[in-house]
Ligand binder design. Sequence first.
Ligand code: M6R
Length: 604
Amino acid sequence: MCGIVGYLGQKNTKEILLEGLKELEYRGYDSAGIAVLSDGEFSSFKAVGKLVNLEEKTKDFVTDAFAAGIGHTRWATHGKPTELNAHPHVGASSYVVHNGIIENYAPLKKELQNEGVTFLSQTDTEVIVHQFEKNQKKSTNSFEAFKKTISELEGAYAILLVTKSEDDTIFFAKNGSPMLMGINAENEKYFASSDTPLIGQCSDVNYFEDGDYGYVNADEIVIFDKMGNKKEPHFTKLSTNKLSAQKDGYRFFMEKEIYEQSSVISDTLLGRLSEDAVVFDEIDTSLFDSINEIKLCACGTSYHSALCASYMFERHAKIKTSVEVASELRYREPVLTQDTLFVVISQSGETADTLETLKMAKAAGLKTLVICNVDNSSMVRMADASILTRAGVEKGVASTKAFATQVVVFWMLSLYVAKRNNSMQTQEIAEQISLLREIPKSVIVEDSMHERIKRLSKRYLHGHGFFFIGRDLFYPLALEGALKLKEISYLHAEGYPSGEMKHGPIALADPELFTIALLPKHLLYEKSRSNAEELSARDSTICAISPIEFDKADDFIKTKEHGHYMLEFFEMMVVVQLLSLEISIRLGNDVDMPRNLAKSVTVE
Ligand code: M6R
């Protein structure tokens, strides 16, 4: 997804912008560019593909004086990933970068074209710079023109704009897309669409609110709110703990993140478990007062963890729970009642569809909670309460450790609510807490297991599709396994409830249909096993994942003996993640940045 950086100061502007963009690479992008305004002169560079292409293009460009610079990584929405469509977009004497979507760009563009403006790109963004320059002609100063331009835009945006007539200034505006500004003791000003580019550069940051706009120069920081009232920046300290982008010897970030799961789950549990109770200091039990239903809403992998949560909330806390795909909930005019706790789940906290459902729920007067991995993200700032998953920065586009920690948080939360609702005996809760403490061990990747999966993976590089099948909680795990595989291998994969196969999908069974059967010992083993046998009888190639030998399988991945199905769940989660990883590596794909995908989907 698009990323923005900006810099105003004396240092090496080019390097600062490029380094900042590198920190945003994990979000996914298909082109990048920078524009630097120094002493009334612009220099601008763009390149399709990875940042090394942009670095190559800028290698002879030197920035050693005061400058205003803006940079962008683009994930194509309007128009193909070409150099012309890459940001920054240029007018006669200004450049702009933008995240989000300008919904009314078509009528604005038409009007500008009728007035003789030539457009170079197919993007919605380009209207901003031309509209600004049109307004500049009628305004007494550039800020007035910028302010008027913002008032004419509809949609979501984070915008940085620089113009020749005020070559010491960066104009900014934020509405619906994330942006923050950082400062330091050297009077430099930084902008970015997330914290990471600013860590190590800035001491303090201001997170802009929706509707904020203004400008910065060497002497001033001027911010207005959506009502047009001047406001003071609200600076908070920025973490100095820059998480290493190093892969620590792993081939891909995704691999590193799979291996990290044991330690991040320990972090997720830290300080939240007593002998017989779950403790969430960040929420108040009154959050659940008058609540008779929980509605969970998310996208992608987070949606799968929400499905897991629904099993646990109903089983442990005996509370009615429903799960919604965010992009569907938004437009289907749902009945939202005040006795419902609305819970959004998001690794990034910025996913546009999920964020919008959170706004909907708030507008309907519901209590809201977010389960999120990124502190200070839009969702965390918006929801009434938040629980952080503590997975650390997740760089692989294919989510792994974020999913693991989300499920852990939900397991804990189901026990927290169970205690509050007296739906479980104290002894039962204590037993579950002992199991929670065992998860970090259950997800440790053993060399022998990884080697076995590596070897097996070579048999799964073709075929006409994969079915991941499981029952109960292993059904959302099957969905997640299939999503992982398709994201990074580009092979067709589906997750199905095991018992549902005979209602249609089994018609596809033949030796080229690969079934990945999740067969936990402690949850509906016999039923799941006979569903796998049905597929085996129709000659589907079966890879069974189970602690119990399964003679009807073509391949067998033996998991450890655990005393409870939840521990089997976490071990099998690692197995399906590794299987996708190894298949993708064999196919020669870019595991961390798969085609067509973005880490954080901040457009609808
Ligand atoms: O940041 P979020 O959890 O809100 O993101 C939701 C999905 O876009 C995300 O889970 C996506 O499905 C991942 N690529 C899955 O690996």
